[in-house]
Design a protein around this ligand. Structure first.
Ligand code: ARG
Length: 656
């Protein structure tokens, strides 16, 4: 049972007659920070006392008089100015543990009412190499899906592939002009990737040449501005703090702008210094327009471009599938952008007839009060946009599944797009649904800048996984070799363990950071045997399993037996409490879609197991009954860890 929810329900009853609006007060019933005083704490008497103009202690007294929790808590206590401390009854804990012991779901009930949730995640742009950023969407989306499903919600996971955008115009153009037939025949995807990069390089070259003078001028202007502000600042006494801050911001902009100049110059130089490339660039001076043209032809049903698209798509898709297979990722549906193509004209027409969209400089736009720039739904040349497709997608999802929520697990740089999208969708058809942009930060390298290879390319996912595997193998091997009674694993076993450890480490590192923050990608940290890592938690699991092996315990018999768990030692109680909190944690993950609540929980559980293991002998327990009890607690811990990791898409190993 979810103790927190239950407690909140009981408090709701107890607050009856004291307040009209119990909801904000109920949020103040929480797990205790300091378990010395109890397991849960309610801090609502203080604000309520203020509201009622009464002493908080007196209000707390009244609350606990009206509060009926005696079936699972001991007598509530009041501390300090009016904190209400709650402690679960040990006999009740034992009863819950016994239920969990006999239940494949560990005593975790499905929630009611259940919701229908569409989760849009991973969604890479096909034909562009997948990079480290895509892993975050994939891993976070997959974890949220699994957790929601486990709690009994109806989930539709949808990989909204970018299979229809300009990147296809790019490879079609590249294919027509720069293809090396032999290479394409031998290995199509690497050749398509090369073509994509080649076209991108040429487009960027021409763009950079066009923009460089302007960029340089901007730097000069900013510098002039800075000089003036500096003089003004020096002339004021005392120092104007706001002006000083503005000056620092300006310095920041100058630095950014200078790096833009450096980057553009570098792009130009790479081509200018290479005779072959520069003659290519000269020959394809209008490449950017040509690419748009190829894309437009594809969308208009041009025979050759459609044939090429049909040829490329499955190959690019296979390339992505390899990654999904390695990471064990599956989707319920994969309706890429192309799936919605036929619906786009009707979307624009619908927006026009409802008076939301209007023509502006030849394009069709929806203007929104909250934003400076409009949402463009059709360009001047007739092309539809990313946003148009997203509107069609919402329509389709509402018609098909009538979901209660649609979640988009997409990086934070698209937040304006989603704000506009949700606003337009609401104004247009006002669907009865929760929209949520589950956004996330950037993956950084150890230098604190977006994670890149040494040559400045974004890191391909496949090489990243390979490297993780190699590092995991090193960790597993050295751990195995340093075992006091000699190594235990065969080379094949080491390889298998390394796979679970390596992939687990990458996923966990991603999930354990607050999703809205950026995080630094570091193999060393993510595979540490100490600290908040998958490796540490997998290690705790393996430790429990080794106890069972050493004790030659008949697990099935033990689980089925009616030998109960007794909790006497504080370390046993702390561990038992943690085991029983999984359901509460899972529900809180779904409140704001933060899987790091589950990783934090697993870390805490593993730490408590470690303290328990130090304080409470298991196989050498004083009595047979105590040994049984502790073995059962170990088993519940292992099952809880396994379940928690599994919901994050991470496996466990028996030995490591
Ligand atoms: N393909 C997009 C990208 O890689 C992400 C799509 C997210 N989903 C959506 N419905 N817009 O940037």
């Amino acid at each position: 049972m979810n103790v927190l929810t239950e407690l909140q329900q009981r408090f709701r009853l107890a607050l009856d007659g004291l307040t009209e609006d119990p909801d904000s007060l109920l949020e103040m019933v929480r797990p205790a920070q300091e378990t010395k005083f109890g397991d849960y704490q309610a801090n609502c008497a203080m604000p309520l006392g203020k509201q009622l103009g009464r002493s908080p202690r007196e209000v707390a007294e009244q609350i606990i008089q009206q509060l009926d929790v005696s079936d699972f808590c001991s007598e509530p206590e009041i501390a300090g100015p009016g904190f209400i401390n709650l402690r679960l009854r040990d006999d009740w804990l034992v009863q819950q543990l016994t239920e969990a012991q006999h239940d494949p779901r560990l005593g975790i009930a499905e929630v009611s009412p259940s919701r229908c949730i569409v989760i849009d995640y991973s969604s890479p742009n096909v034909a562009k190499p997948m990079h480290v950023g895509h892993i975050r969407s994939t891993v976070i989306g997959d974890a949220i899906s699994s957790i929601a499903r486990f709690l009994g919600h109806r989930v539709i996971s949808d990989n909204h592939l970018g299979d229809w955008g300009t990147q296809f115009g790019m490879i079609i153009y590249g294919f027509k002009h720069f293809r090396q037939e032999d290479a394409y025949q031998a290995a199509p995807v690497p050749e398509l990737t090369r073509l994509y990069k080649q076209v991108q390089q040429l487009i960027e070259y021409h763009q950079s040449r066009q923009q460089l003078p302007q960029l340089e001028q901007q730097v000069q202007e900013l510098e002039a501005q800075r000089d003036q502000q500096q003089q003004e600042l020096e002339a004021t006494d005392p120092v104007d703090k706001k002006a000083a801050r503005r000056l620092r911001q300006l310095e920041g902009r100058i630095t950014d702008q200078r790096s833009a100049v450096v980057a553009a110059s570098a792009r130009i130089a790479t081509i200018d210094e290479d005779p072959e490339l520069s003659s290519l660039a000269a020959k394809h001076a209008d490449i950017a327009d040509q690419v748009l043209e190829e894309t437009a032809k594809l969308h208009a049903g041009d025979e050759e471009n459609c044939r090429l698209w049909e040829e490329f798509l499955p190959r690019c898709r296979e390339d992505i599938q390899r990654i999904y297979d390695r990471l064990n990722i599956e989707f319920d549906v994969e309706y890429g952008e192309s799936f919605y193509h036929d619906r786009l004209p009707a979307v624009v027409a619908g927006l026009e007839t409802s008076g939301l969209a209007r023509e502006s400089e030849g394009a069709t736009c929806v203007f929104l009060d909250e934003f400076e720039t409009p949402m463009i739904v059709r360009k001047r040349d007739g092309a539809f946009l990313y946003a148009t497709t997203d509107l069609a997608t919402i329509q389709y999802r509402m018609e098909t599944w009538q979901p209660d929520a649609i979640l988009y697990v997409v990086d934070h740089r698209q937040s304006e797009h989603f704000q506009k999208l949700f606003s337009v969708a609401r104004q247009w058809q006002n669907p009865d649904v929760e929209f949520s942009h589950v956004s996330f930060g950037t993956v950084l390298g150890e230098d604190g800048r977006p994670f890149k290879t040494r040559s400045g390319q974004s890191v391909g996912l496949e090489s990243l996984l390979n490297e993780a595997l190699q590092k995991a193998l090193d960790v597993v091997t050295s751990n195995d070799e340093s075992k006091p009674h000699g190594a235990e694993l065969s080379p094949e076993q080491r390889q298998q363990v390394a796979e679970t450890v390596g992939h687990g480490a990458i996923k966990y590192a991603d999930l354990s950071h607050n999703r809205t923050s950026d995080y630094v990608f570091s193999y060393e940290k993510m595979m540490g045997l100490e600290g908040n890592t998958a490796t540490y938690i997998q290690y705790s699991y393996a430790r429990v399993r080794s106890i069972f092996r050493r004790g030659e315990v008949d697990l099935e018999g033990l689980r089925a037996s009616f030998a109960g768990i007794s909790i006497e030692h504080p370390a046993e109680r702390a561990l038992a409490m943690a085991v029983l909190q999984l359901s509460e944690v899972l529900e809180s993950v779904l409140e704001d879609y933060r899987p790091n609540q589950l990783t934090n929980y697993l870390f805490e559980l593993a730490k408590r197991f470690s303290s328990f293991f130090e304080a409470c002998p298991v196989l050498k327990a004083e009595t047979e009954a105590l040994m049984q009890s502790r073995l059962l607690l170990c088993d519940l811990t292992a099952r809880t860890i396994k379940k928690g990791l599994q919901l994050l898409g991470i496996g466990v190993v028996e030995m490591m």
